[in-house]
Design a protein around this ligand. Structure first.
Ligand SMILES: [Zn+2]
Length: 248
């Protein structure tokens, strides 16, 4: 946060009192927003102060504060020059003392502004370094993302090509099948979540996880007939070696 300016503003309404206006600048990130929420929404008593909120990034704010300080420094330097030239025109020791005091104050203000400029320059350098480090890290990440994107696209293109092949193969095979069987297959696939042909393992249909009658399991192992699960009606095939299903 940076206090940009502090000035007194006359309040126009009643009662005629003075309101001190303070400009507060902070970056628009979440922690600053949290800190300044109460002030910005006037949820806390301001006790004669009015706050102006300026939202800018930290670099801009530092730059703004630095420019303000440089202007202040230049103004004070001009004052010192003017007063020093007037020292020669003074007539009484009292006038001289008064001006010497002014000079002293101006010199101290200059020193403070000078120190503040140096401090801000250091801070500016640090922020710049952080920004540069952040940009370097971002560039590195972007390179990784671009490379991985190319890789993923390659895999995806391969899969798409394979899918076209498989679809052509499927069409060829469907043409060789019994039409009513294909119709039944499509119906079951639609009704049963895309799964129309399932294995029977140890007497259990792997589509509905229920046992099929033992005789049916035996027929499935030895016969050549196309069979369906009596429970879920999916086409079933034996996944066991002959002779193991009957014991289940
Ligand atoms: Zn089943």
């Amino acid at each position: 946060m940076t206090v940009i300016s502090e000035q007194e503003a006359k309040q126009t309404g009643n009662p005629p009192s003075q309101v001190r206006e303070i400009s507060i600048a902070h970056s628009p990130d979440s922690d600053d927003a949290f800190m300044f929420y109460g002030l910005a929404k006037e949820l806390i008593p301001a006790n004669g102060y009015r706050f102006e909120h300026i939202l800018q990034d930290i670099q801009t704010l530092n730059e703004r504060a630095r420019r303000g300080n440089e202007q202040l420094l230049q103004m004070e330097r001009d004052k010192v020059k003017k007063w020093e030239s007037r020292l020669n025109e003074l007539k009484t020791p009292r006038e001289y003392a008064a001006l010497a005091r002014e000079l002293d104050i101006a010199k101290k203000t200059n020193q403070t502004a000078d120190e503040e400029i140096k401090r801000l320059a250091i801070e500016h350098g640090e922020v710049k370094k952080q920004v540069e480090a952040g940009e370097a890290a971002l560039a590195e990440k972007e390179t990784v993302v671009a490379r991985e994107g190319t890789e993923i696209k390659g895999v995806l293109d391969g899969l798409r090509a394979r899918m076209v092949e498989l679809e052509a193969e499927r069409e060829r095979l469907v043409a060789l099948c019994d039409r009513s069987l294909v119709g039944k297959y499509e119906r079951i696939r639609k009704q049963r979540g895309g799964l129309a042909v399932v294995p029977v393992v140890a007497g259990t249909c792997k589509g509905c996880q229920r046992n099929i009658p033992p005789q049916m399991a035996n027929n499935l192992l030895t016969g050549t007939e196309i069979m369906s699960c009596p429970n879920c009606h999916r086409f079933i095939y034996a996944a066991d070696e002959p002779g193991t299903a009957a014991s289940a």
